[in-house]
Design a binder for this molecule. Sequence first.
Ligand code: SF4
Length: 255
Amino acid sequence: MLFNDIAYGPIHSRRLGVSLGMEIMPLEHKLCTFNCVYCECGWNEPVAHPKLPTREEVKAALEAKLSTFDFQQAKLDVITFSGNGEPTLHPDFNGIIRDTCALRDRYCPSTKVSVLSNSTQLGRKNIVEALWLCDNRILKLDAATDEMMRRIDMPVNDQLTVETLINWLAQFNGDFTLQTCFLRGEHDGKIIDNTTPKELNAWYRTIERLRPKQVMIYVIDRKTPEEHLEKISPDEMEQIAAPLREKGVPVIISA
Ligand code: SF4
């Protein structure tokens, strides 16, 4: 599933409310530093010269939407960057976020700006700076052990470690939402399961260390590139959330 417009919607997002989606990755294919087994956009494909929308095109597409939106009749909770890959890979990500915040301030000051990111670019100063300008940073950590993170997310940089991701996430001093997709299954003859006691304990310890303001957990919802994946039941998701809630950590479940 690919998004074919730079600005699309608004749509009702199960996690974010009424959301105007922003696509700043190529419109024809996915571009990502992960290759998650559950990715709704499918597997990564090698593309020699990915064509990204320019900063000016993104600004124009957003302004066209906001200037014609009837804010008297409908509400817009959030402008959300996600879509066909990892938005922070755009070379003008910082400028795009600045433009977006300026347009939001002009047309709909109470609308939030959110970015869903896989966290792999948090070692770059201008990306972190741009994320600080947003209202919500929704940052992925699918597993807290290297072995399971690599099996689920299959990072393009095979040297990437969970410890590196955690240190990058720690820069936000808890002012972010940690996002995890729970799943079980098999890929390439290897077991995928971030719900075992070992994986969950490592994940709980990481949350205790990072203290995110919110945890968002979800299950696979659409067709996945790896077919041998199992959707976790709503009951089990509640059980996963319970120890965090007991400690006062807000948890949103999309199951
Ligand atoms: S990080 Fe997101 S876009 Fe990238 S492969 Fe994973 S699910 Fe797909």
